[in-house]
Ligand binder design. Structure first.
Ligand code: NAD
Ligand code: GLY
Length: 360
C-alpha cells in the first residue's frame, strides 16, 4: 500500500474525497468496488495507451466489470457531438443508473465525461482520475462539467460533483513538459491566492517541483486541492467567492479567445493575465513595490510567458468587454491587495486599456 493523502470536500449529500498518492493508480479498483461493480472508463487513446493496462488490471483484480470508451484527443472533441456519441455507446452497453463512469485524463476528458455522467439517465455516478497537472489541481475538483459551443468554451454545462477524485502524481511523468508548465500557472495562481507562506514555499522549491520531486508534487497538489475544496464548500454554484479562482482570467481568457485558442495553452494565457491583474493592483496603489516583478520572476523561472504575443490588442480588449462587462461599462476583476487577500472589483475600461499596452 502506498502513502496517500485524503482531502475531503464537504457538500452535504454530495460530499466526496480527493485521494492523492504517488504510484496509487493500481489501487483504483478496490476503491471503485465500494461505489459500483460495473461501468465505463472514458479516456483518449494517448492516455489509454499509457495507463489503460494499469486500470484494466486494477479493476480486474477488484472484480469491477467495465468497458473502455474512447474519445479523440483535443479540445475540439469536448463537444455535444462527442457527448451524443458517448450516450449512444452507453445505451448500447445498457449502462444503468447505478453504474459508474470513470473519467481518465486531463480537463478535456474530465469536463466531457462529467457532463455525460450528469445528463445520461438524469445523472449517473462518476469519478475523476485526473492525469494532467491542471486537472489534478483544479478542473477535476468542484463539479464544473461542460462541453464547448462553437460560440464559446464551456457554454453548455452544469454543476455535478464526482463521487471521488483519485490522483496519482506519477502520471505527471509522462505529461509533455509544456503541459506541465501550463499547469504550474494554476499552481502559482493558488499560491498567490493562498498567501505569503505558500508563495515563499513555491519560490524556494520551484526547481525541485519542475524536476518532479514526488513529495513536493504531493504537497502542492494537496495544497491546491485543499484551497479549492474550501472555496467550493462555501460557494459551490459560483455565486460569489468562487470567482476568486479566476485570478488572472480577465486578461487571460481574452488573450486565448483573441488567439482563437491556437498556439497558446490555457495556463500560458492565465500566466500573462496574472501579470496584468498584478499591474492593476499596483496602479491602484494597493500593493508594495516588487509585486508585479514577483509574478514575472516566478513565471519566467517556470518558463511561462508574461507578455502577449500574436494577439491584436483591440481584439483582446473587445473580448474583455464582451466577457466581463458589468453595469456602467466597468469590468469585473479579481485582484490582490497582497498575497492571500483577493478582492473582486469593477475596474474602468480606460485603466484596463492602459495596462494592456504594458503587457506587450
Ligand atoms: P487536456 O485535457 O487537453 O490535456 C492536455 C494533453 O495532455 C492532451 O493531449 C492529453 O491527451 C495529454 N495527457 C493528459 N494526461 C497525460 C499524461 N499523464 N501523460 C501524457 N499525456 C497526457 O488539457 P488540460 O489542461 O488538462 O485541460 C484543459 C481543459 O480543462 C479545458 O477544456 C478547460 O476548459 C478545462 N478546465 C475545466 C475546469 C473546471 O473547473 N471544470 C477548470 C479549468 C480548465
Ligand atoms: N476553475 C475555476 C472554478 O472551478 O470555479
Amino acid at each position: 500500500m502506498v502513502d496517500e493523502i485524503k482531502v475531503d470536500v464537504a457538500l452535504g449529500r454530495d460530499s466526496y474525497s480527493i485521494i492523492i498518492g504517488s504510484g496509487n493508480l493500481n489501487e483504483l479498483g478496490s476503491r471503485i468496488k465500494r461505489i459500483a461493480e460495473n461501468g465505463v472508463v472514458i479516456s483518449n487513446p494517448n492516455i489509454w495507451n499509457l495507463y489503460g493496462k494499469t486500470i484494466e488490471e486494477s479493476l480486474g483484480r477488484a472484480g469491477v466489470k467495465f468497458n473502455y470508451l474512447d474519445v479523440q484527443e483535443g479540445e475540439e472533441y469536448k463537444s455535444l457531438k462527442s457527448a451524443s456519441q458517448l450516450y449512444d455507446r452507453l445505451v448500447g452497453l445498457k449502462i444503468q443508473r447505478g453504474d459508474l463512469l470513470i473519467a481518465l485524463g486531463g480537463g478535456v476528458i474530465g469536463d466531457l465525461a462529467g457532463f455525460v455522467a450528469a445528463t445520461y439517465m438524469r445523472g449517473i455516478p462518476f469519478i475523476q482520475v485526473p492525469t494532467t497537472l491542471l486537472a489534478q489541481v483544479d478542473s477535476s475538483i468542484g463539479g464544473k462539467v461542460a462541453v464547448d459551443h462553437p460560440e464559446g468554451k464551456n457554454m453548455i454545462g452544469c454543476f455535478y460533483q464526482p463521487k471521488l477524485v483519485h490522483i496519482d502524481v506519477n502520471t505527471l511523468e509522462t505529461l509533455p513538459e509544456r503541459e506541465f508548465r501550463a499547469g504550474m500557472a494554476e499552481v502559482i495562481k493558488y499560491a498567490f491566492l493562498e498567501g505569503e507562506k505558500e508563495l515563499a514555499f513555491l519560490e524556494k522549491n520551484l526547481n525541485d517541483i519542475l524536476n518532479l520531486d514526488r513529495s513536493l508534487l504531493l504537497r502542492i497538489v494537496r495544497k491546491c486541492c485543499e484551497f479549492k475544496g474550501r472555496v467550493v464548500e462555501k460557494d459551490e454554484k459560483d455565486k460569489g467567492l468562487r470567482t476568486i479562482l479566476n485570478y488572472g482570467h480577465t486578461y487571460g481568457h481574452a488573450i486565448e479567445s483573441a488567439l482563437d485558442y491556437k498556439g497558446i495553452l490555457h495556463g500560458e494565457a492565465i500566466a500573462i493575465g496574472m501579470v496584468g491583474a498584478a499591474m492593476v493592483s499596483q496602479e491602484l496603489g494597493w500593493v508594495k513595490g516588487g509585486f508585479v516583478e514577483r509574478h514575472i520572476n516566478l513565471l519566467s523561472d517556470t518558463e511561462l510567458p508574461h507578455k502577449i504575443e500574436g494577439a491584436d490588442p483591440n481584439e483582446v480588449l473587445n473580448r474583455i468587454v464582451m466577457d466581463k462587462k458589468g453595469r456602467g461599462g466597468e469590468i469585473r476583476f479579481v485582484l490582490l491587495k497582497a498575497p492571500g487577500e483577493p478582492v473582486i472589483r469593477e475596474i474602468k475600461g480606460s485603466m484596463i486599456e492602459r495596462i494592456l499596452t504594458k503587457l506587450y
